[in-house]
Design a protein around this ligand. Structure first.
Ligand code: ADP
Length: 479
């Protein structure tokens, strides 16, 4: 059985000496590998290496140096794109074509957007018309990057690109469920010829993540994951006043007004909910539908969900794969049963595996209609292919329902009326709005409000998140 026991500290690979974890294949349900985690001492060693690299010069590096470094990183990741896609597919069960065109492509696109954002960046500029009153952006120092498993390259790329471009040194602690992808990424980083210690990778579960957050030499924690862990990190980081960027869960509304292109809205709406087997923080998981088109929408959604293919990760084509592990599968199944028990109308899917798959953590693409705000399937992030549908009678009611959540990550609007689209977009308490299926530009700020966390990733926002503003008065910039 394959054993993954390497970590990368101060420019060199070394064996991890912490505890071992079994890695289960979500398609076969069998243990296929073992992960040896970093020890708490190795966690401290990685932070110390990052601190040394920062103090030794990376913290003072100029934009051109950082830009060239990021370019080399992108080249090295591109050279490993297929290996990354294969690893993601095996590790989290992502269908191979989606791993290539969705997962890996998104990670690379975000890195390129960060590179583009560096071009227009000004690090030191006059604050007023007086050249001796200046605003200078400086890297915060050592960045801890703690990432989840559902977009295992992309989530790392968003953080890594921003941290590197900002001038920080970093310690990456990926999810224990997706460390193999991070290890391939670390191969790319090792080949990118960065000063030793600028990038470090340690493996481990929540205990190692916590050790990283508690380390006083960490200046910023950039975290993506569950709201539960986000709360813990915010509280722990507060002890040292360590900065945090938290990208957490979501329960995003998708509002379909009566004038939308309904067949298209349903097709896209299902795809936005089911993609990645529903395991995306910005999944459009609550569909709110104007009463006039509600029954038609239900008929189309029933048909569309039934046509959504579920299949094994190695199969080519557009389909969805399994949930990542037994716990997630059981959780998703539990919500399906709860939806039925709470009286929602099951119009597609439901508990159990798809008939043609006799093993693996596969869920059936599921849609519930007549879902009301008091139901758990309306309020809770399920992280599986489960869509809820709720009718509304007015724009005001649509907005109220959309905002009736503690989360605030994304919102989706479908309407032919640009004035209404704009009004509703402004009224949604979320960080990102997509109208009529228009996806975000790469480099547009990514993040949310409420229990979805705070701070922004990607592009200029993602770079500034790793920097601090310093005001300098009394001396003009010396070129
Ligand atoms: P998910 O359920 O999406 O995996 P988690 O919040 O459990 O989300 O995990 C996201 C990341 O946070 C993983 O890298 C995980 O190891 C890490 N993690 C989990 N618990 C803690 C903790 N208490 N402190 C720091 N990191 C943690």
């Amino acid at each position: 059985m394959a054993v993954f026991d390497q970590i990368f500290i101060a420019g060199a690979w070394q064996p991890a000496s912490g505890k071992s974890l079994a890695l289960i294949n979500p398609d076969t349900e069998a243990q296929e590998a073992q992960l040896v985690c970093a020890s708490p001492d190795q966690c401290a060693e990685a932070v110390a290496a990052a601190r040394r690299a920062f103090d030794a010069g990376w913290g003072q590096s100029d934009l051109a140096t950082r830009r060239a470094a990021l370019e080399r990183v992108i080249t090295q990741i591109e050279a490993r794109a297929e290996k990354l896609a294969q690893t993601i597919s095996t590790e989290i069960g992502a269908p191979i074509d989606f791993a290539r065109k969705g997962q890996v492509a998104a990670g690379l696109a975000h890195l390129r957007a960060t590179l583009g954002a560096l071009d227009g960046l000004v690090e030191d500029r006059p604050l007023t018309s007086h050249p001796e009153h200046r605003l200078r952006y400086e890297p915060l120092g050592v960045a801890a990057l703690i990432t989840p498993w559902n977009w295992p390259l992309n989530q790392v790329a968003l953080k890594l690109g921003g941290a590197l471009a900002a001038g920080c040194c970093m310690v990456l602690k990926p999810s224990e469920l997706s460390s193999r992808t991070a290890l391939v990424l670390a191969e790319a980083m090792a080949a990118a010829d960065l000063p030793p210690g600028v990038f470090n990778l340690i493996t481990g579960a929540g205990d190692i993540g916590a050790a990283l957050v508690q380390n006083r030499d960490v200046d910023i924690v950039s975290f993506t994951g569950s709201t539960r862990t986000g709360r813990f990190i915010a509280a722990e980081a507060a002890q040292n006043m360590t900065r945090t960027v938290l990208e957490l869960g979501g329960k995003s509304p998708n509002i379909l007004f009566e004038d939308c292109d309904l067949p298209l809205a349903i097709t896209q709406g299902l795809a936005h909910c089911f993609r990645n087997a529903g395991q995306s923080c910005n999944a459009a998981s609550r569909m709110l539908v104007a009463r006039d088109i509600y029954e038609r929408a239900i008929a189309l959604a029933t048909e569309g969900a039934a046509q959504t293919r579920v299949d094994r990760p190695a199969q080519p084509g557009a389909h969805i794969g399994p949930q990542i592990n037994w716990q997630q599968y059981a959780r998703v199944q539990g919500y399906m049963s709860q939806g039925i028990a709470e009286g929602a109308r099951l119009i597609a899917g439901g508990p159990g595996r798809p008939d043609h798959l006799d093993h693996g953590f596969y869920s059936r693409p599921t849609v519930f209609a007549d879902v009301t705000p008091d139901m758990a399937i309306f309020t809770d992030e399920i992280f599986g292919p489960v869509l809820t549908m709720t009718p509304f009678d007015s724009e005001e009611e649509a907005i109220a329902l959309a905002n009736q959540t503690e989360y605030g990550l994304a919102g989706y609007i479908q309407t032919a009326d640009p004035a209404r689209a704009d009004r509703v977009a402004r009224a949604l308490r979320v960080g990102m709005v997509q109208i009529n299926g228009q996806s975000r530009e790469n480099g547009a700020p990514f993040g949310g409000r409420g229990l979805s966390g705070y701070g922004r990733e990607a592009g200029v926002f993602g770079i500034r998140a790793f920097q601090d503003a310093k005001s300098i008065s009394g001396a003009a910039l010396q070129l």
